[in-house]
Design a protein around this ligand. Structure first.
Ligand SMILES: Cc1cc2nc3c(=O)[nH]c(=O)nc-3n(C[C@H](O)[C@H](O)[C@H](O)COP(=O)(O)OP(=O)(O)OC[C@H]3O[C@@H](n4cnc5c(N)ncnc54)[C@H](O)[C@@H]3O)c2cc1C
Ligand SMILES: NC(=O)c1ccc[n+]([C@@H]2O[C@H](COP(=O)([O-])OP(=O)(O)OC[C@H]3O[C@@H](n4cnc5c(N)ncnc54)[C@H](OP(=O)(O)O)[C@@H]3O)[C@@H](O)[C@H]2O)c1
Length: 384
């Protein structure tokens, strides 16, 4: 049985988000975890929002009032100042990106304070050096570093770019949880301790908005972000292999709920990993139950910090390479979700190696094999 694909009602967007009620918010990471991963449930009410597992939900955040106050204080500005018909405080709260610095801001700061460190880094014209210098610094850090620079309220609104919605992979199936979208979100927090360079705790705009500033029962502005290239196969008998360490697990929880609700008979294999089994095995009870009931045929885990040597999901893939290749030969669809920078590339390399070793192919032939998987849409990734 395949899920009917209905067109998304187009009316919910960045400009016109649906106010979804937050009906559940719980911590998934256990005591002692270095992370804060939370499970949210949003009631889609009468929005008409339809989704299929693999789709994302975009969330429109509201900035931290404390950060807005700090910015106003740093620039000696009055939040009540009118800027284009709206007061400055409102614009900083809901319309402008006040955390992640962008080019118009750092160009303006460098022009006005040419002796600053930032101006020197910019003058070198090296993208990588600029990226390194900016890493861990937010708008307020940049303003503090250029203490002599004062923007007017209008200027400040011009050098900050519009606040962007953040996408989150939906971690539920509408067949299992009709009218709801579940999200699995890592709260971004850094700095704030001697071991992190000291200073303020910096919070990711949207993940801390959900974690700290939206109470259960309150609403969050959302709109659907369909991902037509990252969905389950229509064929319920097709095998599915999912590689999703960390929050990369999110869409696969939805996939598994969907496969169970559809009575899909195709086998399912999940590779999951995170730092420690004791504190970071997300949805452990659910996944264990799915495995016990036979819906999850195989689950291979890589807890990277439970032993002296790091172990990642790609090591588990390699250990089970012969079976993985056999599944591919049987028509398996291979999915990867999570970190784009490192994990997705390493998993891709591991996949090529498995095809080489267990398919008895040379590097070129293995590349063609994997390319074939991609072109037939049996190897798809949702990485960020
Ligand atoms: C299609 C898609 C699906 C996604 N699905 C999920 C999901 O299911 N779950 C999930 O948690 N996220 C997911 N994301 C990521 C999500 O959209 C956000 O990017 C994430 O939550 C961070 O947003 P934020 O507003 O909290 O942080 P932002 O305010 O955007 O800040 C993030 C920035 O902070 C800086 N930063 C972060 N950590 C550090 C550090 N340790 N030291 C210094 N600087 C740092 C970096 O510059 C980083 O870019 C997805 C993204 C996409 C595109
Ligand atoms: N680009 C970056 O530098 C970076 C760093 C961290 C997180 N992130 C992003 O932060 C968000 C939240 O991350 P998360 O906490 O859900 O998960 P995560 O940081 O991706 O970690 C999940 C697991 O993946 C492991 N891992 C690290 N490098 C890996 C690699 N090259 N290949 C395979 N596994 C690897 C981690 O191990 P260890 O942590 O023990 O190494 C951990 O066990 C994601 O959006 C992620 O993309 C990005």
């Amino acid at each position: 049985m395949s899920t009917p694909t209905k067109p998304m009602p187009p009316r919910w967007s960045k400009r016109s988000p649906f106010p979804a009620r937050l009906v559940a918010d719980r911590l998934l990471s256990g005591p002692g975890s270095a992370k804060e991963i939370r499970h949210y449930e949003l009631d889609l009410g009468d929005s008409g929002i339809q989704y299929t597992p693999g789709d994302a939900l975009a969330v429109l955040p509201v900035n931290s009032p404390a950060l807005v106050d700090a910015l106003l204080a740093a620039q000696g500005l009055d939040g009540g100042t009118d800027v284009g018909g709206t007061d400055l405080r409102s614009r900083l709260s809901t319309e402008l990106e006040i955390s992640l610095p962008h080019r118009p801001l750092f160009k303006a700061l460098a022009e006005r304070d040419p002796d600053s460190e930032l101006a020197a880094v910019l003058a070198r014209g090296e993208k990588e050096a600029l990226h390194r210098w900016l890493w861990g610094r937010d708008v307020l850090d940049l303003l503090h570093a250029s203490r002599t620079v004062r923007f007017t309220a209008d200027e400040l609104c011009t050098v900050l770019r519009p606040l962007q919605p953040r996408a989150y992979s939906i971690s539920s199936s509408p067949l299992r949880h009709p009218g709801r979208a579940h999200l699995t979100v890592a709260s971004v927090r850094y700095g704030g301790g001697a071991e992190n360079g000291g200073g303020r705790v910096h919070g990711g705009v949207c993940s801390t908005y959900l974690a700290d500033r939206v109470d259960e029962g309150a609403t969050v502005g959302v709109f659907p972000q369909p991902n037509r290239s990252f969905g389950l196969p229509d064929d319920d008998t097709a095998p599915v292999i999912m590689v999703g360490p960390g929050t990369g697990l999110a869409p696969f929880r939805g996939f598994l709920h969907e496969r169970a609700a559809r009575g899909a008979t195709g086998p399912n294999w999940l590779f999951f990993g995170d730092q420690h089994r004791a504190s970071d095995f997300l949805y452990q009870d659910e996944l264990t139950a799915l495995a016990d009931h036979g819906l999850l045929d195989r689950i291979d885990l890589a807890f990277s910090r439970d032993q002296t040597e790091k172990v990642y999901v790609q090591a588990r893939m390699a250990e089970n390479g012969a079976d993985l290749f056999a599944w591919l030969q049987d028509g398996a669809h291979f999915y990867v979700c999570g970190d784009a920078q490192r994990m997705a590339q390493d998993v891709d390399a591991a996949l090529h190696r498995i095809v080489e070793v267990h398919g008895g192919l040379d590097a070129d032939a293995a590349r063609d094999y994997v390319k074939g998987l991609r072109t037939s849409k049996r190897y798809v990734r949702d990485v960020w």
